[in-house]
Design a protein around this ligand. Structure first.
Ligand SMILES: [Zn+2]
Length: 340
């Protein structure tokens, strides 16, 4: 069986650039790097020859920028899910994780987002050490406490949101940024509490609030405690609005369920990143419940912009500048308006 695999792979390797083969740490090179090594005689070929064939046939087509790849001998590559281009990770980082070919927005961590958006050294983080407890003694294959520890270790975050006071352009603002890598950006007691404290601080200091959301919804490990955060954050925002202070909500991929049903949809201005999936329940649930076909593009930012739920779709690279402009406009209005 092995004898069948070797010639197939060897033939298809020819169009692949030689530099890809050298790099063992390279994601894209994994398939390629394995190919020339002789197969382990003790192990049967688990991968059918047809599968490796499709992998190798595809590679040359993906490498639109072959010459660029040759210049960069080391590093990781990511494949753009939209246009299938192989993008060098460093290039992607410099471009705020946006594909330069098709404008696809890759997920980005909360810290990276903050670094890219706020003026240097102006971010004063709040409640940085606040972390969740297993109040319900949640039982399952893995305990909630170990899940939390694992995510804290992997992401370097204490929970799914970072909050603080910062400067964007020339404006001081209260900023909350969620991170999908931490338990799917789920909203538990800590996310709710940190955001509520942020909004309350903003009300007290008369600052605008900006929250950049990405979330799968409420955190099931915290049951009712997580659902209560919907009311708590909404109430804090209502109090903030009563003081005629602006709140800008930025929806990124994906923003769903309990978060979308509370603070994410309460912005005076609601912005979204291109292609973001935004909704409450998933499309399959809605389809089953309503027993009807869903329109094309359902629950995307573009679809919701056409229907008035979102005020603008803004590319990540322009977000800082646009936020600064909006803040100028809203702050002027605020100073001109009468306060209670
Ligand atoms: Zn792309």
């Amino acid at each position: 069986m092995n004898a069948v695999v070797i010639p197939t792979v060897a033939v298809n390797l020819n169009p692949v650039p030689a530099n890809l083969v050298n790099n063992n740490s390279n994601v894209a090179a994994v398939n390629v790097a394995k190919a020339p090594t002789p197969p382990d005689p003790t192990e049967p070929a688990l991968t059918p020859p047809s599968k490796s064939e499709t992998n190798f046939v595809r590679k040359p087509r993906l490498g639109g920028g072959k010459s660029k790849k040759r210049e960069i001998p080391e590093g990781l590559w990511a494949k753009c899910p939209k246009c299938s281009t192989m993008v060098f990770d460093k290039e992607l980082d410099e471009n705020l994780k946006v594909c330069s070919k098709c404008n696809y927005h890759f997920p980005i961590g909360a810290r990276e987002r903050i670094n890219a958006m706020v003026e240097t050294c102006t971010f004063e983080e709040m409640d940085a050490q606040m972390s969740s407890v297993d109040a319900l003694s949640f039982t399952g294959k893995v305990s909630y406490t170990s899940k939390l520890e694992e995510h804290q270790r992997d992401t370097g975050l204490k929970d799914a949101v970072i909050t603080g006071i910062c400067k964007i352009g020339g404006h001081r603002a209260a900023l909350g940024v969620m991170d999908f890598n931490f338990l799917g950006g789920s909203m538990g007691a800590v996310v709710g509490e940190k955001l509520t404290r942020l909004i309350e601080r903003a009300t007290e200091k008369e600052l605008p609030v900006i929250i950049i959301s990405t979330s799968g919804g409420a955190r099931m490990y915290e049951g009712m405690f997580s659902l209560m955060q919907m009311a708590k954050t909404s109430a804090a925002l209502a109090y903030h609005a009563k003081h005629r202070l602006p709140y800008i909500s930025v929806l990124t991929h994906p923003t769903t369920a309990g978060v979308m049903a509370s603070y994410a949809s309460l912005g005076d201005l609601i912005l979204a990143e291109p292609g973001a999936m935004i909704g409450f329940a998933g499309p399959r649930v809605i389809k089953d419940t309503t027993q009807s076909e869903l329109p094309p593009g359902f629950q995307t930012a573009e679809f919701l912009l056409n229907r008035g739920l979102i005020d603008a779709i803004i590319s990540r690279k322009e977000l800082k500048e646009r936020l600064s402009k909006y803040l100028s406009h809203l702050t002027v209005r605020q100073t001109n308006g009468s306060k209670p």
